[in-house]
Design a protein around this ligand. Structure first.
Ligand code: SF4
Length: 375
């Protein structure tokens, strides 16, 4: 029992550390807590969406049918995983309420950062894995604007235009480049990424409008740069949404990562593969089941709990599971079984939808040309 108490204390300390870090970041970046928002969302009630900048204006624009836009890019160095799916499911909700959704797919970034061997390889992953999954999640073609950078080369004209609003020093200050950084990464982060974020505001897509970008804390500096450029280009500075991330299956302080397959459930994983990974996943429980029955677990840092909370359970069901875990009424073996069942069912259905989605890709790709006369 002494060992179990120590183990529980260590897990609770991780939870407290993460909560403290989140609060400190919200304060440091002058973001607003979501509790003040008048927006009925389970994501807020479940503490998945935790902070924002000007999301209230985005909600007002939705109510006034002003078609705000939301931008969420994908680096196609591998298939999407359950962590990405949390954000895309929320985008679909906002789309149902009237938002346009822009999804730039940056195979140039994959190549520049050496996560892919070539532009072509990353483009293949985008077409074979990423876009079918996005469509299968439920986006509407009329309100979804997907492009792959190397195919939609007009994006580079917009990037060149936006690069004139910046100095080398400002971009260096945000991203901290050093003498080994490549000119490509400089152009990508300083200009192409900004072109992705500001694309919905150019004339061809209706001109300046309210936009928001879901990001992690680490991407906040990029959005600050977007706001700076937007003002200079007579566009509306973008807002941002901060999501609590879905942790790695191996480490409560790490994220699911495409480069470490054992940390994530990919939307392309077979149900059996997902089962194998979940069986081996870290939990917020204790080594001794007998002691866990008395002391309970720490669901807040448990990927098995969080996958269920983020993807499969209602608010009430989430609270029930949390209570059962903390009181030791459920143990990790049974809890994992439940999570495996949910995940396998989801993946089976998702794979069927992905097959149909492969024939619909063209309906979702941007066709509008960017007229350089307008830049
Ligand atoms: Fe996680 Fe479930 Fe174990 Fe609680 S009982 S620690 S929620 S796996």
């Amino acid at each position: 029992m002494k060992e179990s108490k120590k183990e529980l204390k260590e897990k609770q300390a991780i939870k407290e550390k993460l909560e403290k870090e989140y609060k400190a970041k919200i304060k440091e970046y002058a973001l607003t807590n979501v509790s003040s928002l008048i927006y009925d969302s389970d994501l807020i009630k479940k503490d998945i969406l935790i902070a924002h900048h000007k999301f209230d204006e985005f909600i007002n624009a939705l109510k006034q049918k002003k078609k705000p836009a939301i931008i969420s890019g994908v680096n196609p160095d591998g298939p999407l995983h359950l962590g990405h799916a949390v954000i895309f499911k929320e985008l679909i909700e906002l789309q149902k309420q009237g938002a346009d959704v822009f999804i730039p797919i940056s195979n140039d970034e994959s190549y520049i950062t050496k996560k892919s061997n070539s532009l072509f390889e990353a483009r293949e992953i985008a077409l074979k894995d990423v876009i079918p999954s996005l469509i299968a999640l439920g986006f509407e073609p009329q309100k979804t604007f997907i492009h792959i950078d190397s195919d939609y080369t007009d994006i580079y004209n917009l990037a060149i235009y936006l690069s004139t609003k910046l100095t080398l020093n400002r971009v260096k200050g945000v991203f901290g480049f050093n003498e080994l950084s490549t000119p490509g990464s400089f152009f990508y982060l300083g200009s192409v990424q900004e072109a992705h974020i500001l694309l919905p505001q150019i004339k061809e897509f209706g001109g300046p409008r309210i936009t928001t970008v879901p990001v992690g804390f680490d991407q906040h500096p990029q959005i600050l740069l977007s706001r700076f450029i937007a003002k200079k280009a007579n566009m509306v500075p973008p807002g941002e949404l901060i999501f609590n991330f879905l942790p790695s299956l191996k480490d409560p302080e790490g994220k699911m990562s495409k480069s470490k397959p054992e940390t994530a459930i990919f939307l392309t994983d077979s149900p059996e593969e997902a089962e194998r990974k979940l069986k081996r996943a870290y939990t917020g429980g204790l080594k001794s089941g007998a002691d866990q029955k008395i002391l309970g677990g720490v669901p807040e840092i448990c990927p098995i709990f969080l996958i269920q909370k983020y993807h499969f359970l209602s608010l009430k069901e989430t609270k029930d599971l949390e209570k059962k875990c903390k009181s030791g009424k459920i143990l990790c073996g049974d809890c994992k079984k439940q999570c495996i069942e949910f995940t396998k069912k989801f993946l089976k259905e998702h794979h069927e939808k992905r097959e149909k989605a492969k024939k619909q890709i063209d309906k979702f790709l941007i066709k509008e040309k960017i007229d350089i006369k307008n830049l």
